[in-house]
Design a protein. Structure first.
Length: 321
């Protein structure tokens, strides 16, 4: 599944070092940990690069080993990281993930991080060929200056499309007012939101009710977990069931879905095909413990993208042994 020839995407937001237990048993007893990196927007950028879509990641990291690891990982995946600031005084953010198939509690250590100091002066300079700027609600929660940066991105009168992924993180909003998320989402061109997180943040996960709350975006994408996802666009709703997947760990699947969907959106694909592209990317993330797993091979994605509804429903993806 490749989408060469579409315009470039600029992804803006924080990426952190990630620690995941590397041995079985109670997490508090773990002595061995795997260091990875993770951030919603850079995850999207990496997936897009793997799909053949030129992508840039704009952010800030600390002048430390974790910051270097983040730049190596994201840049090494084919993403342009020349817009990332290396802050000499503030650290790279960190989070610890207790991985499990049923869900993964996450502990953040990001207060005062380099990315939390970003502001409107970090507004990415657009280049010829840029077709989309991708942001998420996570950035709005990091600091007042980060919120101002998102408002500046969404206030541009013309230029590339802007996509906004709700990415509800309740721990980040404990001391802030999440009401601003509706304002930000309604200013975007494409909005992606999980039905469960929209229910918490906005009081409903129903696609029609969300459209009433967010009348201005051209496209609304509602991710409905294991059921599937719905596109609301041009007064119509299109639903596409999710694939059956033997889930290893769910964190990162939403970012993968966003990348697959957005790549197909930029390629001008119809709604049902966009949703399938999203589901196929999400399946790859569900089959790994890391935020960005290995992509599914073309031998799997190509037939499924064009499968009949019956063939799609019968598909069952399992982790290779």
């Amino acid at each position: 599944m490749r989408f060469e020839g579409v315009g470039g995407v600029v992804c803006l937001g924080e990426t952190m070092a990630v620690l995941v237990p590397a041995e079985p048993g109670p997490v508090r007893a773990a002595r061995a940990w795997t260091r990875a990196v993770g951030g919603a927007e850079s995850n999207v950028a990496i997936h897009l690069a793997r799909l053949g879509v030129p992508s840039r990641w704009v952010s800030a990291v600390g002048d430390d080993a974790f910051g270097g690891a983040v730049l190596d990982a994201v840049g090494g995946a084919g993403v342009d990281v020349t817009g990332v600031v290396v802050d000499p005084t503030r650290p790279t953010g960190l989070y610890v993930k207790e991985a499990a198939a049923s869900g993964s509690p996450v502990r953040y250590y990001r207060r005062g991080s380099a990315a939390s100091a970003l502001g409107p002066d970090a507004l990415p300079e657009l280049r010829p060929g840029d077709a989309l700027v991708h942001v998420s609600g996570i950035t709005a929660a990091l600091s007042d200056s980060c919120l101002d940066l998102l408002r500046a991105v969404l206030a541009r009168p013309r230029g590339p499309l802007v996509s906004f992924d709700l990415n509800w993180r309740p721990a980040l909003w404990a001391d802030r007012d999440p009401a601003v998320l509706r304002e930000l989402a309604d200013a975007a061109d494409v909005v992606l939101a999980g039905a469960d997180e929209a229910e918490t943040a906005w009081g409903t996960g129903d696609p029609a009710e969300l459209r009433a709350l967010l009348p201005n975006p051209t496209t609304l994408v509602v991710k409905q977990g294991e059921r599937g996802a719905t596109v609301v666009e041009g007064g119509e709703q299109v639903f596409q069931p999710a694939l059956r997947v033997d889930v290893v760990e769910p964190v990162g699947a939403g970012d993968a879905f966003a990348a697959g969907y957005l790549a197909a959106h930029l390629a001008g694909e119809p709604p049902a095909r966009r949703l399938r592209a999203g589901h196929l990317q999400a399946a790859a993330a569900l089959l790994t413990r890391e935020d960005v797993g290995d992509p599914l091979p073309p031998s799997v994605t190509a037939p499924l993208l064009d499968a009949s509804p019956e063939e799609w429903a019968a598909a069952h993806l399992r982790r290779p042994r």
